[in-house]
Design a binder for this molecule. Structure first.
Ligand SMILES: NC(=O)c1ccc[n+]([C@@H]2O[C@H](COP(=O)([O-])OP(=O)(O)OC[C@H]3O[C@@H](n4cnc5c(N)ncnc54)[C@H](OP(=O)(O)O)[C@@H]3O)[C@@H](O)[C@H]2O)c1
Length: 164
């Protein structure tokens, strides 16, 4: 089973600020769409809420939202109480798409990491990606630095778990 975690982080590992992503890289969103394919996308409740209403649920994919609130309504998505339930419900290819605690838990089950390194330092960031232990994650490819049409520099770094 393929379980991919996909995130973009600044040079300190920051992934969010004020429940938004503090940069705009359309090329990265396009890559996310391609990588997540037609499988399930798994996310925490705040990441779900960070998606503009007109873009959720993410089309063509099963959207699974993780929340401890059994009464929570996420129209167009399914809700579950934890990451393991989400993975089980996905039943096959799954993409974990944040946020912080979900990525942290995902490190114990993921097979692939697709990390976009963004060449900026976000002032006042409040959400961070997980640590990547080089003993258990091998870099499969480290792309060249690219410049988005918005002017922001970024590169794609892909990892594979050594034994999963
Ligand atoms: N740069 C990127 O690639 C990227 C990707 C995704 C998100 N982000 C950013 O990250 C921020 C959102 O992330 P976040 O870390 O604040 O929130 P989050 O992980 O998206 O959502 C947190 C919520 O998920 C639920 N949750 C988390 N762990 C759980 C567990 N073990 N069991 C059951 N429920 C659990 C809880 O929901 P309840 O409170 O409802 O119980 C918790 O309040 C935003 O700024 C967003 O833009 C960035």
């Amino acid at each position: 089973m393929t379980i991919a975690q996909i995130w973009a982080q600044d040079l300190t590992g920051a992934i969010g600020k004020d429940n938004t992503i503090p940069w705009r890289i359309p090329e990265d969103l396009a890559r996310f769409k391609k990588l997540s394919g037609s499988g399930a996308v798994l996310m925490g409740r705040r990441t779900w809420e960070s998606l503009p209403v007109r873009f959720r649920p993410l089309p063509g994919r099963r959207n699974i939202v993780i929340t401890r609130n059994a009464a929570y309504q996420a129209p167009g998505a399914e809700t579950v109480a934890g990451l393991s339930e989400a993975v089980e419900l996905a039943g096959g290819a799954a993409t974990i798409m944040g946020g912080s605690a979900i990525y942290e838990a995902g490190m114990a089950v993921a097979t692939h990491l697709y990390v976009t390194e963004v060449d900026i330092l976000v002032d006042g960031a409040d959400t961070f990606g997980p640590e990547i232990d080089p003993n258990v994650w091998t870099v499969v490819s480290r792309g060249e630095w690219l410049t988005s049409r918005t002017g922001t520099r970024y590169r794609f770094v892909d990892y594979r778990h050594v034994s999963r």
